[in-house]
Ligand binder design. Structure first.
Ligand SMILES: *[C@@H]1O[C@H](CO)[C@@H](O)[C@H](O)[C@H]1NC(C)=O
Ligand SMILES: *[C@@H]1O[C@H](CO)[C@@H](O)[C@H](O)[C@H]1NC(C)=O
Ligand SMILES: *[C@@H]1O[C@H](CO)[C@@H](O)[C@H](O)[C@H]1NC(C)=O
Length: 178
């Protein structure tokens, strides 16, 4: 009986096919996940912008932490921007509103988001979701502080933060549903 070579070639073929199709499985996952978030385009560009999008982004949990990492990096960048604006303005009303926004962003950047990201890695999805949605709440509260003649220099940033937070929460909610 010399069947062995035939059997082993049948084993090689599926493995070969699986290896070839892996990248498209990954793309499909991003696409599927993003369709379940409120901002499809933002979700796609956020998850694809990830520089090391290999092993980490191959499952829903990995993609949720990529989204949360980018949210934190955006919030950090916005806080730095607020602080630079505070030092540049000569309008006391503007300075007060900016200082109030900094107070709102500091806990988000220092505690809420880092704790949410840690919770995510430990599978505490409910806690992670709460921490991530705090970022949207604080961005809104910051934006509301600019009223009347005081134009917000942070509108675009606050809006992006809110949307990124909504996207990340939507992905974490998929994990909660299991
Ligand atoms: C903020 O988020 C946008 C959209 O995902 C991304 O393109 C940008 O690089 C982020 N900025 C920072 C500083 O993380
Ligand atoms: C890339 O992966 C490393 C290790 O997993 C992680 O510490 C880092 O934050 C990741 N960088 C980005 C941009 O996601
Ligand atoms: C910003 O909010 C704080 C706290 O609610 C309030 O005291 C302050 O008057 C607000 N500033 C502006 C410019 O709306």
């Amino acid at each position: 009986m010399k069947k062995t070579p035939i059997i082993s070639s049948f084993h090689v073929l599926p493995i070969l096919l699986l290896t070839i199709s892996l990248p498209s499985i990954n793309c499909d996952l991003v696409d599927q996940i993003c369709k379940k978030t409120p901002f499809y385009d933002l979700c796609i560009s956020t998850l694809r912008s990830n520089s090391n999008n290999s092993a980490e982004s191959s499952d829903v949990k990995g993609l949720a932490s990529v989204a949360a990492d980018i949210l934190l990096s955006n919030a950090t960048d916005t806080l730095n921007y607020i602080q630079s604006q505070i030092s540049q303005t000569s309008d006391p009303q503007m300075e007060r509103a900016l200082a109030y926004c900094a107070e709102l962003y500091i806990p988000v950047v220092k505690y809420n988001l880092p704790q949410a990201i840690e919770a995510l890695s430990k599978g505490k999805f409910e806690f992670a979701s709460d921490g991530i949605s705090d970022a949207a709440k604080q961005a809104d509260a910051c934006e509301k502080n600019f009223s009347g003649s005081l134009n917000s220099p942070l509108s675009d940033r606050n809006k992006l933060l809110h949307s990124l937070s909504d996207v990340a929460v939507a992905i974490v909610k998929l994990l909660l549903k299991g």
